[in-house]
Design a protein around this ligand. Structure first.
Ligand SMILES: COc1cccc(COC(=O)c2cn[nH]c2)c1
Length: 248
C-alpha cells in the first residue's frame, strides 16, 4: 500500500517511522511519503491560508497549494493508479473499524490533514469529481489540525494489512471487528504473574476449558459494553450470538 500525507507540519508524521508502521515500511509493505504543503507555495512567506469569504473567525487554507501538491502526487502514481483521498475533519463520516477495514483494501491512500478552519471547499469539489474523496471524523471534538487523526487512521489501517500484525488472528477479536464480535467491546485481559498484589486470575481462564473460556469472555464483553457503550447493544440481537458460544 502507498500512503501519501500532505501537511504543513511534516515532523508531526515522524511517528510513522516507529513501531508497527515503521516496521511495515522497512519491510516494504507500506510506502509512506510525507509532503510539505509549503513547498507548493511561491510567495516570500510561503502563505497557505487567508481570511474566510463571508467573514468570521480564523483562517481558511488556500486552494492553490493543495491543488499543486495533489496534482503532483497523482501524477507520480503508477500508470492509471487512482488514489483514495482521506480528509480528516470534525464534519466527516465517523471513522470506524469497518471503514479501517475498507481502507486497508485500497492500494493507495492520500491523506490531507488541514489546519486552521479547514481547506477551501473547491479543493474537495475539484478532486471529488475524479477521485474517491472521503471526509472522515475520528471523533466529536475539534483539534487544531488533522495530523493526529492521520496518525490514528494510518495505525488502524496498517495493523490490518496482511503480515503487518504478528499474530493475524489477533484482529478477528478486535473490538468492533466485523462479524463475530460485530459491536462488542473487548473484555478484560490478564497475563503472568498468576498473583499480583494479592490479586489473582479469574479461575475459568486457568481451567483450560476453551468453551467455558469463550463463554466467559463473551459475557465479560457484554458486561463491559453494557457499562461503557449501551448504544452498541441496543441493536444487538442476542439470538445472533455465535451459535458455538450459546451451546456451552
Ligand atoms: C478539514 O477541516 C478541519 C477543520 C477543523 C479541524 C480539522 C482537523 O480535524 C479535526 O479536528 C478532527 C477530525 N476528526 N475529529 C476531529 C479539520
Amino acid at each position: 500500500m502507498r500512503l501519501d500525507v500532505v501537511t504543513i507540519f511534516p515532523e508531526y508524521l515522524e511517528p510513522l517511522n516507529l513501531s508497527l508502521v515503521g516496521k511495515a515500511r522497512a519491510r516494504g509493505q507500506l510506502d509512506v511519503r510525507v509532503h510539505d504543503l509549503r513547498k507548493f507555495t511561491h510567495d516570500r512567506h510561503n502563505t497557505v491560508d487567508d481570511t474566510p469569504y463571508g467573514g468570521g473567525p480564523g483562517m481558511v487554507m488556500k486552494p492553490e497549494p493543495w491543488g499543486e501538491a495533489l496534482d503532483g502526487i497523482i501524477a507520480s502514481g503508477e500508470a492509471g493508479e487512482r488514489p483514495t483521498l482521506v480528509v480528516p475533519t470534525p464534519s466527516g463520516r465517523p471513522f470506524t473499524q469497518q471503514l479501517a477495514v475498507e481502507l486497508s483494501g485500497k492500494p493507495w491512500l492520500v491523506f490531507t490533514p488541514a489546519r486552521y478552519e479547514g481547506i477551501d471547499r473547491r479543493v474537495i469539489e475539484e478532486y471529488g469529481e475524479r477521485f474517491d474523496v472521503r471526509e472522515v471524523s475520528i471523533g466529536d471534538y475539534v483539534l487544531a489540525g488533522g495530523e493526529a487523526p492521520v496518525l490514528v487512521m494510518v495505525e488502524a489501517v496498517a495493523r490490518l494489512l496482511p503480515g503487518v500484525l504478528g499474530n493475524a488472528a489477533s484482529h478477528q477479536d478486535d473490538s468492533f471487528a466485523p462479524g463475530r464480535m460485530e459491536s462488542l467491546l473487548e473484555g478484560p485481559v490478564y497475563t503472568k504473574p498468576p498473583e499480583w498484589r494479592g490479586r489473582s486470575i479469574p479461575e475459568v481462564l486457568l481451567s483450560g476449558h476453551h468453551g467455558k473460556i469463550a463463554r466467559w469472555r463473551r459475557d465479560e464483553a457484554f458486561r463491559r459494553t453494557a457499562a461503557n457503550r449501551p448504544d452498541l447493544i441496543e441493536g444487538c440481537d442476542p439470538a445472533a450470538l455465535d451459535k458455538h458460544d450459546r451451546r456451552i
